[in-house]
Design a protein around this ligand. Structure first.
Ligand code: COA
Length: 272
């Protein structure tokens, strides 16, 4: 975890879904920057181990609960508030995914991802609003390229993440008058995540994915953590309602496959 120039000493950061992957990376980053960090997810073992890992940096608390239940989310937030007080930074990142064509998933399969990702994000934001009273309060929802790039085998995730981005923009407008900024981060392919293990399970798929990224590599969790800190810092005080891709330039279309092949044939190599 590389250090950032940002400090969050004594601030309370609540991370829904913060017990693994990108969200745990964000939680660890804020903790290393001085914050008191609460994490919530549905697996009690993961909650325990994540809270212990974060505790190596600073104060941490873990709460088990499924974001699909408003009551569970409200209870976790109330407990976190009782322990660490008002929330300065709220991260909503709980997500589910599997790879399947629309015709290969049941109504329940589609619903599971919509409920974890989209309804879960609504629950987290809705229940946390009452604790987001401090000046500079920041909400960050974790989106994905699926929100703006149609991907086969990902209809449920595409629909859910696109919904999250509209929730971000809408509540950025509604809550601006409460002094709360709301933004999304859309991480591209990130190393050592369950999501990429599912989407690019072989070395061949991994290399093919990298060829479509202008910066020609996958990102790191600490790079997402750094952007989350920037967006929650006073330096981003005038930014709200933004969906920020952090993806090595993939959102600008990646390399056109035809001209990429042509560049290979012409021997035009990337520097370095
Ligand atoms: N293809 C088609 N349908 C699938 C599926 C697959 N690969 N995996 C799960 N489903 C369906 C199930 O069949 C079920 O539908 P059914 O009741 O009609 O059979 C439905 O999804 C719910 O599955 P279940 O396992 O009961 O739900 P869950 O709440 O325990 O799991 C998921 C949620 C489905 C999102 C699961 O993939 C998960 O827990 N993922 C969490 C981890 C993760 O995805 N991390 C990466 C984040 S990017």
């Amino acid at each position: 975890m590389s250090a950032t120039p940002f400090r969050f000493d004594g601030k309370h950061v609540f991370v829904a879904g913060g017990t693994s992957g990108i969200n745990l990376g964000i939680a660890l980053g804020f903790s290393a920057a001085g914050a008191r960090v609460s994490v919530m997810s549905r697996n009690p073992d993961k909650v325990k181990s994540a809270a212990a890992e974060i505790a190596a940096h600073g104060p941490s608390a873990g709460f088990a609960g499924d974001v699909r239940s408003y009551e569970a989310v409200a209870a976790a937030l109330a407990s976190a508030h009782a322990k660490f007080g008002e929330i300065d930074v709220l991260i909503s990142g709980a997500a589910g995914n599997f790879v399947a064509p629309a015709l290969g998933m049941s109504s329940n399969g589609f619903r599971a991802v919509m409920e974890i990702d989209l309804l879960g994000t609504f629950h987290v934001m809705r229940a946390a609003h009452q604790y987001l009273t401090k000046p500079g309060a920041s909400v960050i929802n974790i989106s994905a390229p699926q929100a703006y790039v149609p991907m086969m085998l990902q209809s449920h995730v595409c629909a859910a993440k696109a919904g999250i981005d509209m929730l971000t923009r809408t509540l950025a407008m509604e809550w601006a008058r409460d002094g709360i900024r709301v933004n999304s981060i859309a991480p591209g392919p990130i190393e050592e995540t369950e999501g990429m293990a599912r989407l690019a399970p072989t070395e061949e798929a991994r290399q093919a994915s990298m060829r479509r990224i202008p910066l020609a590599r996958w990102g790191r969790k600490d790079e997402i953590a750094g952007v989350a800190q920037f967006l929650s810092s006073p330096m981003a005080a005038y930014i709200t309602g933004v969906v920020l891709p952090v993806d090595g330039g993939q959102n600008i279309g990646g390399y056109n496959p035809t001209t990429l092949d042509m560049a290979d044939r012409m021997g035009i190599a990337a520097r370095g």
